[in-house]
Design a binder for this molecule. Structure first.
Ligand code: PRP
Length: 210
C-alpha cells in the first residue's frame, strides 16, 4: 500500500529529508531534484512530493498525501482538519512581536497596525492581550514593513534573529516556540493504519535523536 508524504519546501526541506534518510528512507533523489516534483521510493512503497507550507496542509486534508511534514507556524495560521501527531524537534524557531527599538506597539494609544504573514496568529495574540489590531498581510521580507513605516510592528517567525538584528529591529515579546510537526490525514490513519504507523514510529525515533 503506497504512502504519500508531503514535504515542505524551503526552511524545513533539508532537515526533514536528512531525518528521513537517517531512518532508512530512499530520499536520495529529493536532494538532486531539479524541477521534478514527485519522487518514488519503490523499496518502501512511498511517494514524496515537495510543496509550499500551506499546500502541505491542503494535500493532507484532501487525502492526496497521507502524511505531511510542516511547520507549527503554518498549522497555527491555517485550518485544522487533520491529526497533528508528532513534534519532530527540527526547524525550531519562535513567533515574535518585533519592531523598531523604542516603538513597542503596545505602548501606542489607539490604532495598531501589524505587518505579518500570519494575520490569524497576530490577531489572536493581540486579542488575548485585550487589543484589537489591523493586520497588513505581507508575503516575504516582513522586516521591511516597519522600517518603511507600513506598520507599527511585525508578528513573524525568528530563528537566529539575524534578519531582525541586521535591520535594526528588536523583539518585544515571544508568542510561542515552533518546530516541524507531522500531520496525518484522518481517513489514512484508519484505512492505512499499519503503514502510516510504521512511518510515524520511524519519525518518532528520528525526532528523539534530535
Ligand atoms: C523568515 C522570517 C524572517 C526570517 C527569520 O523568512 O519571515 O524574515 O526567516 O530568520 P532568522 O531569525 O534566522 O533571521 P524566510 O527566510 O522564510 O523568507 P521570506 O522572508 O521570503 O518569507
Amino acid at each position: 500500500m503506497t504512502i504519500a508524504i508531503a514535504l515542505t519546501k524551503g526552511r524545513l526541506e533539508k532537515a526533514s529529508i536528512a531525518m528521513l534518510k537517517k531512518e532508512g528512507y530512499g530520499v536520495e533523489a529529493l536532494k538532486e531534484k531539479g524541477r521534478t516534483l514527485v519522487f518514488e521510493d519503490t523499496q518502501k512503497d512511498i511517494r514524496y512530493f515537495l510543496v509550499k507550507p500551506n499546500d502541505c496542509i491542503t494535500y493532507v486534508q484532501h487525502g492526496v498525501a497521507d502524511i505531511g511534514i510542516v511547520g507549527k507556524d503554518t498549522l497555527m495560521e491555517g485550518s485544522d482538519d487533520y491529526y497533528e501527531l508528532l513534534d519532530l524537534n527540527i526547524g525550531k524557531c519562535r513567533f515574535i512581536l518585533g519592531g523598531l527599538k523604542g516603538h513597542n506597539p503596545f505602548d501606542k494609544l489607539g490604532h495598531i497596525t501589524i505587518g505579518t504573514k500570519y494575520p490569524n496568529v497576530a490577531k489572536a495574540y493581540f486579542m488575548e492581550k485585550g487589543r484589537e489590531i489591523e493586520c497588513i498581510k505581507i508575503d516575504g521580507s516582513v522586516e521591511l514593513a516597519p522600517l518603511l513605516g507600513l506598520c507599527d510592528g511585525i508578528v513573524d517567525i525568528m530563528e537566529t534573529g539575524d534578519t531582525l538584528r541586521e535591520n535594526g529591529l528588536v523583539v518585544f515579546d515571544t508568542l510561542c516556540e515552533l518546530s516541524a510537526r507531522v500531520i496525518v490525514n484522518k481517513a489514512s490513519l484508519k484505512l492505512k493504519q499499519t503503514a502510516v504507523c510504521a512511518v510515524l514510529e520511524d519519525l518518532q525515533r528520528g525526532s528523539e535523536a534530535c
